[in-house]
Design a protein around this ligand. Structure first.
Ligand SMILES: *Cc1c(COP(=O)(O)O)cnc(C)c1O
Length: 463
């Protein structure tokens, strides 16, 4: 399997190199050259498999010959062995056609563990026996940071520098990052919002001086391997609800468009997906883009769903590329226009081609009502991100089961959950002492100069 950049000007790479590279050198994002397919029989056969075996079956075409079948199975066994539920991503029924897919049973209690536990092991596997020292730089609105840090802490040959917007992640989220004291973990609180932090990371990759000095890599959802790992649970859930004979719809609390794009990939591979509901909070750039073709930045508003408080969705570029006849030069021009003006129109092909998607914008009141409904009617305490998607799922007309992706454990957002339901979720045992642990992080202004100087003083240059 070879991977091409959405902007058409970076070299095609194999799975190993695309995993280590993250962002493409032309500023684009990597995608498989062509979508692999699973036949009806192959999809039907998944219904009998464990999560690990489903993961191997779904990911093998993407990995190609970069890993043997045994190596891939070994990595999946180790990655998903750290989850606290035997099904890894269990389904929970809410009413006759509403379901929750619980993606938060990993070490840091958010769905990002599903991808990052595997990615950490892939890095280690691909770096062993080389003299490359990787410098991972990332920006997080909360959950990516802790999941990436957990996956990378203590690994040989890798340092991780994680930027988070100061004061804009929950106390639990911050402490899950800043209490990891492994010497290869570096937390930086940025004076600014998530988009500021993400723009700084993008600029480091595009800066020839900085990216020439350090072997940079990304763990944000711009990394293809993360999306690949997320495709698995769409298959895992859908076959349990009757696929391939019955289609399933998914409602996805969306920020950077990574999770829901994985659902698009599953559909491209042949999974009968009736609809992908893109649920946004009041930061609704994706809802405006999908419903009206208007992709234009607003001002980021802070909400109780910080992982969705963004106005630029990196992975949306992957969809625009795939729907725009995969014309890298045209997309590069379109994205450059967006980057300079903060706004663009989708082309007709992009707008009408996105008909697998529905979208909805959910405000605070409807989020709260969804949390109450889940608690009072189904006995489930859900986190605010999940509630945004559940509200959208319940408004959506559907004659097939609708699966809401439950992306975070409610204990990560205890104050918001308590306000809505009166229940204060306990921290699960594995992080029960989080508030007694020592924290360590740097506080920096949100400027390129300040952040790169800090990293350069601590990172290991290329060999
Ligand atoms: C990251 C995250 C999201 C958004 O996922 P994207 O892939 O960025 O769209 C939603 N909910 C939670 C809890 C998250 O951590």
């Amino acid at each position: 399997m070879r991977y091409v950049s959405t902007r058409g000007a970076a070299p095609a790479l194999d799975f190993r190199d695309v995993t280590l590279a993250g962002l493409a050198s032309d500023g684009g994002l990597y995608l498989p050259e062509a979508w692999p397919g699973l036949s009806r029989d192959q999809i039907a056969g998944l219904a009998n498999l464990s999560y690990v075996d489903t993961a191997v079956a779904v990911m093998t075409p993407f990995v190609g010959d970069a890993l043997t079948a045994d190596e891939l199975k070994d990595l999946c066994t180790r990655a998903y062995g750290r989850f606290s539920h035997a099904a890894v991503t269990p389904l929970v029924q809410l009413d006759h056609d509403q379901w929750l897919l619980e993606l938060f049973h990993g070490p840091t209690l958010a769905f990002k563990d599903v991808a990052l536990q595997l990615l950490g092991l892939l890095f280690e596997k691909f770096l062993t026996g080389t003299d490359t020292h990787l410098t991972i730089v990332g920006a997080t609105s909360g959950d990516t940071g802790s999941a990436a840090i957990d996956a990378i802490a203590g690994r040989q040959g890798v340092d991780i520098f994680m930027l988070h917007p100061a004061g804009r992640v929950s106390d639990v989220q911050r402490r899950q990052m800043t209490t990891v004291l492994a010497p290869n973990v570096h937390n930086i609180a940025i004076d600014g919002d998530f988009d500021t932090a993400q723009a700084l990371v993008k600029r480091m990759f595009n800066d020839p001086g900085f990216s020439g000095t350090f072997a940079l890599s990304a763990v944000n959802s711009i990394n293809w391997a993360r999306l690949m790992a997320q495709v698995v649970y769409y298959f895992y859930a859908a076959v349990r609800l009757g696929a391939p004979d019955r289609a399933v719809a998914f409602s996805v609390p969306t920020g950077n468009f990574g999770d829901v794009f994985a659902g698009y990939v599953a559909a491209k591979m042949g999974l009968p997906v009736a609809k992908l509901i893109v649920a946004t909070n009041v930061n609704d750039i994706l809802h405006r883009a999908l419903s009206a073709g208007d992709y234009s930045k607003g001002v980021v508003q802070q909400t109780p769903t910080p992982s969705m408080d963004i106005q630029v969705s990196s992975n949306f570029e992957r969809l625009l590329f795939d729907l725009g006849a995969r014309d890298g030069a045209a997309l590069a021009a379109q994205m450059q226009g967006f980057e300079s003006s903060g706004a663009m129109r989708l082309t007709n092909a992009q707008h009408t081609g996105a008909d697998l998607f529905a979208s909805d914008r959910v405000d605070l009141d409807d989020m709260t009502l969804a949390m109450r409904w889940a608690h009072e009617r189904a006995g489930e305490v859900i986190d605010p991100h999940t509630a945004i998607a559940l509200a959208a799922a319940r408004r959506h007309e559907s004659d097939v089961p609708v699966v809401t992706l439950a992306t975070a454990h409610p204990a990560k957002f205890r104050d918001a959950v308590e306000r809505a339901t009166g229940q204060r979720p306990a921290l699960p045992g594995r992080i029960g002492d989080l508030f007694d642990r020592e924290e360590r992080f740097a506080s920096l202004p949100g400027t390129f100069e300040a952040v790169t100087a800090y990293i350069a003083a601590r990172a290991v240059p290329r060999g």
